[in-house]
Design a protein around this ligand. Sequence first.
Ligand code: CAA
Length: 280
Amino acid sequence: MGRFAVIGAGTMGSGIAQVAARAGFDVVLRDVAPEYLDRGLTTIAASLDRDVKKERLTPAQKDEILARIHPTTELAAVKDAEIVVEAIVENFAAKAALFSELDALTRPEAILATNTSSISITKIGAVTKRPTQVIGMHFMNPVPVMPLVEVIRGRATSDATTNAILELGAKLGKTCLIANDFPGFVSNRILMPMLNEAMFALYEGVATREAIDGIMKLGMNHPMGPLTLADFIGLDVCLAILDVLYEGFGDPKYRACPLLRQYVAAGWLGRKTGRGFYEY
Ligand code: CAA
């Protein structure tokens, strides 16, 4: 698999493009507007600069990696890709529209992967004529740092597609672990209830935000406290995932904390908007 395309140059898409280019792939990076592409490329350059400073990359290697990333606003630029990784907004209608376009546009043998954090791979696959070649490749934020790719098999995903993605993940230097297609897969089925519980603890006045985060950091050795992590992920993303879990299982244990819903309504989405459970 040589020709790589990433759709969406946000936090996740730019991270995926960076990791792929660093592994030697030529990457088409597509977003709808030049300013999104510019922002994504700036993030990639800043992330590579960390490695230049630590002498893990030379400035020339950094430039070579950047030169392998080909930004574009044209969806048609992905038509020759062998693997497309979608990392657009976490919304089924938007993903469905994109996958049906990709299905029409790309070579019949191309694999269409989605970085969705909770939307059903089976449902996304079903909008295409190639559901056996649709699969979840769930990278973690920050993509260049986190070793995991959660690989999600939809109901129709073939073994050949799964094996090709496992091989690709290894080339990207990631450890792939497989989950089946149920709401939240494994990562968010376990992570989101913990973050939600931290929000309920704050909402009910059990402790301050600093104490909740400190207890989980110092007591459980988590790299970030749960409220800091929720701000890092984005509160809108957390709410969308909790709603998928709640609707998908019909179990009240996944009910999003009212405080989370209120913060999202206020536009306090975490680090990216300058305010969430903390101010940035
Ligand atoms: N690009 C490149 N390198 C980066 C980076 C980036 N964006 N961010 C951090 N790093 C590197 C640093 O250079 C540093 O490298 P060295 O140790 O080799 O020097 C290392 O990562 C640690 O960074 P820092 O010292 O700056 O800060 P830290 O020790 O606090 O670590 C962190 C930062 C890696 C983000 C850490 O806090 C962490 O692991 N947090 C939890 C992250 C997490 O849980 N992510 C998953 C979120 S869930 C998700 O993504 C999926 C979903 O569906 C919601």
